[in-house]
Design a protein around this ligand. Structure first.
Ligand code: ADP
Ligand code: MG
Length: 586
């Protein structure tokens, strides 16, 4: 065959293939346009998962009628003039390709009006060919109607997934954008159902509830971090809330949803040692950085980006996430069931925002309820020996202490080496939090009150925290300038040094630039437990050793300390056999 230039129609369809892969890509491009046009309200309606119809209306600036034809032609954009502008892009679109692409693979109708014109205009495009522009009466803003997507590209049509899948893709996309733009009103309807409706009042957690259900949304940890020109906001799941894949890890950069492996790697590092193997967190994180520091022009659908300061950004993300995780501590629920009360499994599906396309709530496993939840599914997955940082440990037979630091014990599945300090930290923490949740922390008065003098900068901070300390069974009072008196402390810590406890409590106050207020209690508890726990290097008598092991067995998350470090090393029988060359020898 001789070489020839492709017809415009074929060329357009090829180009469209890069941008428009499925109905959700149409939705994405169109509402990105609406967002770029400054719309406050965006309404999306789809029929048959978008295969038959996608219609998006906005109240943005609109397109002047004499520019409408240009808007649908390839490489026509109002967002970019010079090539230098490519490196300071603050709009979502800039390639001038979306409308042309969509128009070439569907029957598209655009109706639009700008404020300065009395009438609007309407233009139909079929297989990339614009029809005649007609004048119509309409409100300011733009409506794009896309019918019969891929009707002229049967090969594409064949690649589309079942309606449920395509619908879920649209749903998850719109919900995530709604999260990224909580100040905009989004409405998504499918056929007669309203799948998502947001109020535009800026409340991200309400939208999160639409995405994950109310109970999960409640547990998600909020992040707010700022550093040298970077800002990170959004939500990450506590370590108890995981999925079996990375699909729920989402990142937005400057309002654009990007899929960047290295960003999720940075995030996963923050969860290091806190999640069991093969489990992944759920996140909706929004990073804002100077547009000059990120190149968004590396992917046709603009889904990938490149950073100028890659390492700095990664470490920022990792640190911010880690900090939030540790601040909340990896024990979201201290199981009152240990103490004789029954617990209820929270229902997951109830959503106040009326989402009726369920988005995989099924895979969520919550720590506290893990036993209960898995029992219902498969008894095998409930093996007490699975290498999870959360699963309970089996009953152990104490063998003894080594190096005055580690306890050695035998379990049904091999040898356990327990770090006495980390283990005790975990035990104290769970006890304290359980008492706290039941609102009765036994307090013990000191025979001689301890007087503690603190550096002036911590004094103010301590004063603001006094009510919390009282909750926790401390009785602390101001006793002169920068001086406090400890009169009572939690009975759990009886016999420990009260001034050390107080110092532990204020130690890190300075560092917490934005203390996550509602979780400050857990943080304080973790801190004081760390200080009060037996240290490594302390010989424990037999009874003490046994008590520690028994207490640890009773813990809900016995495998890590409240700061996420492991409390134990497990040498399985299997591993011992292999190490000694017994395996296969028989
Ligand atoms: P891009 O967004 O990359 O500029 P598009 O093909 O998506 O390219 O859109 C072409 C142009 O049409 C945009 O630059 C914008 O000027 C105009 N346009 C598209 N959609 C809208 C809308 N909803 N409201 C206002 N203008 C729009
Ligand atoms: Mg666009």
């Amino acid at each position: 065959m001789p070489i020839r230039l492709l017809s415009t129609e074929v060329a357009s369809q090829i180009a469209a293939g890069e941008v428009i892969e499925r109905p959700a890509s149409v939705v994405k491009e169109l509402f990105e346009n609406s967002l770029d046009a400054g719309a406050k309200t965006i309404t999306i309606h789809v029929e048959e998962a978008g295969k038959k119809l996608i219609e998006i209306s906005d109240d943005g600036l609109g397109i002047p009628s004499d520019e409408l034809e240009l808007a649908v032609s390839r490489h026509a954009t109002s967002k970019l003039v010079r090539s230098e502008d490519l490196f300071s892009i603050s709009t979502l679109g800039f390639r001038g390709e979306a409308l042309a692409s969509i128009g070439s693979v569907s029957r598209m109708t655009i109706t639009s009006r700008v404020k300065t014109e009395k009438e609007g205009a309407r233009l139909k495009v079929e297989s990339g060919k614009p029809g005649k522009l007609i004048k119509v009466g309409t409100t300011v803003g733009t409506t794009v109607r896309v019918e019969d997507l891929f009707y002229n590209v049967p090969a594409r049509l064949k690649f589309l997934k079942a309606d449920v899948t395509e619908r879920r893709a649209i749903d998850s996309l719109v919900t995530r954008y709604a999260l990224a733009y909580p100040d905009k009103r989004f409405k998504l309807s499918e056929g007669k159902n309203v799948a998502l409706q947001t109020s535009g009042d800026g409340d991200r957690r309400a939208i999160l509830a639409a995405l994950y259900g109310v109970d999960v949304a409640k547990q998600m940890l909020e992040i707010m971090a700022e550093e040298e020109g970077f800002r990170l906001t959004g939500f990450i799941s506590p370590t108890s809330l995981t999925r079996s894949n990375r699909k729920e890890i989402t990142f937005f950069i400057n309002g654009r949803w990007v899929h960047d492996v290295s960003l999720s790697t940075a995030l996963l590092q923050a969860y290091h040692t806190l999640l069991m193997v093969g489990r992944y967190p759920m996140t909706a994180l929004f990073l804002e950085i100077d547009p000059h520091d990120v190149d968004v022009n590396v992917h046709p659908a603009k889904a990938e980006v490149r950073f100028r300061n890659q390492n700095k950004i990664f470490s920022f993300i990792q640190r911010s996430a880690r900090k939030a995780l540790l601040a909340y501590s990896p024990v979201p629920n201290v199981a009152p069931s240990l103490w004789g009360t029954t617990r209820t499994i929270p229902s997951e599906s109830s959503s106040s925002v009326g989402l009726d396309w369920k988005i995989g709530h099924d895979k969520i496993i919550e720590t506290g309820d893990q036993r209960l939840a898995t029992e219902n599914q498969s008894p095998i997955s409930n093996s007490p020996f699975q290498p999870s940082s959360f699963s309970r440990i089996p009953l152990l037979r104490l063998i003894g202490q080594i190096g005055a630091t580690y306890l050695v014990a035998e379990g049904p599945d091999g040898l356990y080496l327990v770090d006495q300090h980390a283990a005790h930290e975990r035990v104290l923490f769970e006890k304290l939090m359980t008492q706290h949740e039941m609102k009765k922390i036994p307090s013990q008065s000191l025979l001689t009150p301890a007087t503690v003098t603190l550096p002036p900068q911590t004094t103010q901070l301590l004063i603001t925290q006094l009510p919390i300390l009282n909750h926790f069974g401390f009785d602390v009072e101001e006793f002169g300038p920068n001086t406090f008196q400890v009169r009572a402390m939690p009975a759990l810590f009886a016999g420990s040094d009260p001034s050390a406890a107080l110092r532990a409590l204020v130690e890190d106050f300075e560092e917490d630039e934005t203390p996550l207020q509602n979780e400050i209690e857990k943080k304080l508890a973790a801190r004081v437990c760390k200080r009060m726990a037996v240290r490594g290097g302390m010989a424990l008598n037999n009874e003490e050793q046994r008590a520690l092991i028994t207490d640890l067995e009773a813990c809900d998350s016995p495998r890590t300390c409240p700061h996420g470090r492991p409390t134990m090393i497990h040498l399985s029988v299997d591993m011992l056999e292999r190490q000694f060359g017994r395996r296969g020898a028989r």
